[in-house]
Design a protein around this ligand. Structure first.
Ligand code: ADP
Length: 149
C-alpha cells in the first residue's frame, strides 16, 4: 500500500495544490492531505474552514483523506504508517527550502519526499497571494477551487 501525506497550511487550498494532488493520485493508493497546525501562526481561515474546503473539493475521491496534525511531519507519518511525503516545487526558492527539509527528514527517518514540479499554468499561485487579494475584496475565482469561491 503506497500511502503519501501532502502536508501544508492550505490557507486556503489553491489550484496549485489541486494540480499537485491530481497528478499524484495515480502514483499512490492513498493521499492524506494533512494540515499542519502551528499555534504561533496566524491563519486567515480557521482549521475547520480549511478542512471543509479540501473535503468539498475532493468529495467522492476515495483515495483522498483529509486531516490535521501537530508536531513533526515525520512523526505523523510514523504514527499513520505513511512512507512518502508529497511536496510541490514552484521555483528555485521552494527547491532550496524543500531540499534541506527533505535531507533532514531522511536523516531522521526512512521517509522519502516525492517532489512534483508545478504545472506552468498554476506555478505562480500561492495561498499568500490569494489571501492578499481577499483582504482587498478582489476576485480569486481563477486561483482557487469552487469550494473556496
Ligand atoms: P506550507 O506552509 O507547508 O508551504 P502550503 O499550503 O503553502 O504550505 O503548501 C503546501 C505544498 O503545496 C508545498 O509543497 C508547496 O510547495 C505546494 N504548493 C503551494 N502552492 C503551489 C502551486 N501553486 N503549485 C504547486 N504546488 C504548490
Amino acid at each position: 500500500m503506497k500511502r503519501a501525506v501532502f502536508p501544508g497550511s492550505f490557507d486556503p487550498i489553491t489550484l496549485g495544490h489541486v494540480d499537485i494532488i491530481n497528478r499524484a493520485l495515480p502514483l499512490f493508493n492513498e493521499i492524506i492531505i494533512a494540515i499542519g497546525t502551528n499555534s504561533s501562526k496566524k491563519y486567515m481561515f480557521s482549521l475547520a474552514q480549511r478542512i471543509s474546503f479540501i473535503k468539498k473539493t475532493y468529495a467522492g475521491t476515495k483515495k483522498i483523506k483529509v486531516t490535521s496534525y501537530q508536531g513533526l511531519t515525520i512523526d505523523f507519518c510514523k504514527k499513520n504508517k505513511i512512507d512518502f511525503i508529497l511536496r510541490g516545487l514552484r521555483n528555485p526558492a521552494d527547491f532550496e527550502f524543500e531540499k534541506a527539509i527533505a535531507h533532514t527528514n531522511r536523516k531522521l527517518s526512512k521517509i522519502e519526499t516525492v517532489f512534483l514540479l508545478t504545472s506552468a499554468n498554476t506555478s505562480y499561485i500561492s495561498s499568500s497571494i490569494v489571501r492578499d487579494i481577499l483582504r482587498h475584496q478582489g476576485d480569486v475565482s481563477m486561483l482557487v477551487p469552487k469550494a473556496v469561491k
